[in-house]
Design a protein around this ligand. Structure first.
Ligand code: NAD
Ligand code: IPM
Ligand code: MN
Length: 369
């Protein structure tokens, strides 16, 4: 098989600080497990590029990265210079849609050694996945303003829920729940207040549940669901949600498990027709950019998810090596979180590169099954 081509897109702010640590770790496992990876370094999809050119990406962005096997993405956004909806609809949200990355898979886990803001919680108590719909729902640019500047000013923002879009994310979540020992699925909804889309979401979920009699389905309104993330996190195994609800749950979950600096995500086109995108859940963090204190674990863990996904490509004869590389990175992350060094969000005083180097060193020798 040819090597895997990976577009490396650091973006803005701490995206530029955590990306080198992600690559440091990937390079180390690639060497150990003889992975065949080729990077394509991309200096657009950033607000710097926007300042220079007036757009987030060059006109030929798609031929430049569309044939890659994966996109490894830092973070985009610098709201003081470019309005967020301009920078994000001009980059990340465009990738998710144009590459039909309809699953946004976001693991949430409490690790040993990470201070948990919830009382009396230990590792194992928080261990679930948020499966977020990633191409439609509440995220649209459909709508408009009328009577601007008058008392009658009116703003309409539409949502879109297609049967295909709803069913495919539900299907993925049911299958994921099916593969887990607890076989428990929470369906995030809000069918009391949002009277059209959410009853539809429930209806599709109920219909699919009939095909999975072994799965316990727990339908919860999003408001009480957020309360239970805090009060009863052991209740969750797989949580499936629309685009907006999934966005909110995937910051709240990691915050309950200590810091959003650990949270990775996989924006998947499971059919592999287009590249999938792997990125931290967090953003460009302008408040800490330049200080060298961002936690690189979310970026590094996202890299592990990328290798795992690439290794499952049916055309990859040595997929096992990619899975072992993933496992080595995860074990190294666990070790570093338990023993340090720790960045300030973990209660320490270490720097971004201290964690990156410690994890990169460990993956070279750490035991993997
Ligand atoms: P943010 O995630 O960038 O930051 C929120 C808070 O978490 C900040 O206090 C920040 O310092 C902290 N934080 C985030 N990542 C951290 C890390 N790795 N280590 C330690 N602390 C960390 O969210 P925001 O402030 O709402 O957004 C800033 C910009 O990033 C905006 O332009 C936003 O649109 C963009 N954004 C981009 C993405 C993305 O590219 N995927 C995701 C979220 C936000
Ligand atoms: C995320 C981010 C993005 C989202 C923003 C930056 C558009 O918050 O990946 O969670 O809302 O999806
Ligand atoms: Mn978010």
């Amino acid at each position: 098989r040819k090597s895997f081509d990976i577009a490396v897109i650091p973006g803005d702010g701490i995206g530029k600080e955590v990306m080198p640590e992600g690559l440091r770790v990937i390079d180390a496992v690639a060497e150990r497990f003889s992975l065949d990876l080729a990077y394509r370094h991309i200096d657009w999809a950033s607000c710097d590029y926007y300042d220079e050119t007036g757009s987030m990406m060059p006109p030929d962005w798609r031929p430049q990265i569309g044939e890659c096997d994966a996109l490894y993405f830092g973070a985009v956004g610098w709201p003081a210079r470019v309005p967020d909806h301009v920078s994000l609809w001009g980059s990340l949200l465009k990738f998710r849609r144009d590459f039909d990355q309809y699953i946004n898979l976001r693991p949430v886990r409490l690790f040993e050694g990470v201070p948990c803001p919830l009382a009396n919680r230990k590792p194992g108590d928080i261990d679930f996945f948020v499966v977020r719909e990633n191409t439609e729902g509440e995220y649209t640019a459909l709508g408009g303003r009328m009577f601007e500047g008058t008392e009658r000013e009116l703003v309409i923002q539409e949502s879109v829920f297609t049967r295909t879009g709803t069913d495919r994310v539900l299907r993925y979540a049911f299958e994921l729940a099916q593969s887990r020992p607890r076989k428990h699925l929470t369906v995030a909804t809000k069918s009391n207040g949002i009277a059209v889309s959410m009853p539809y979401w429930d209806e599709r979920a109920d219909l699919m549940a009939q095909q999975y009699p072994g799965i316990t389905v727990d339908r919860q309104h999003i408001d009480i669901l957020t309360a239970r993330f805090v009060l009863q996190p052991t209740r969750f195994d797989v949580v499936v949600a629309s685009n907006l609800f999934g966005d909110i749950l995937s910051d709240l979950g990691p915050a309950c498990a200590g810091t959003i600096g650990l949270a990775p995500s996989a924006n998947l086109n499971p059919d592999r027709l287009f590249p999938s995108l792997f990125e931290p859940v967090h953003g460009s963090a302008p408040d800490i950019y330049g200080k060298g204190i961002a936690n690189p674990v979310a970026m590094i863990w996202s890299g592990a998810l990328m290798l795992d996904f690439l290794g499952r490509d049916p055309t990859c004869p040595d997929g096992e090596r990619y899975r072992r590389a993933h496992d080595a990175i995860l074990s190294a992350i666990e070790t570093v979180l338990a023993k340090g060094p720790r960045t300030p969000d973990l209660g320490g005083a270490a720097r971004t590169e201290d964690l990156g180097k410690a994890i990169a060193e460990l993956v070279k020798t750490i035991d993997v099954a």
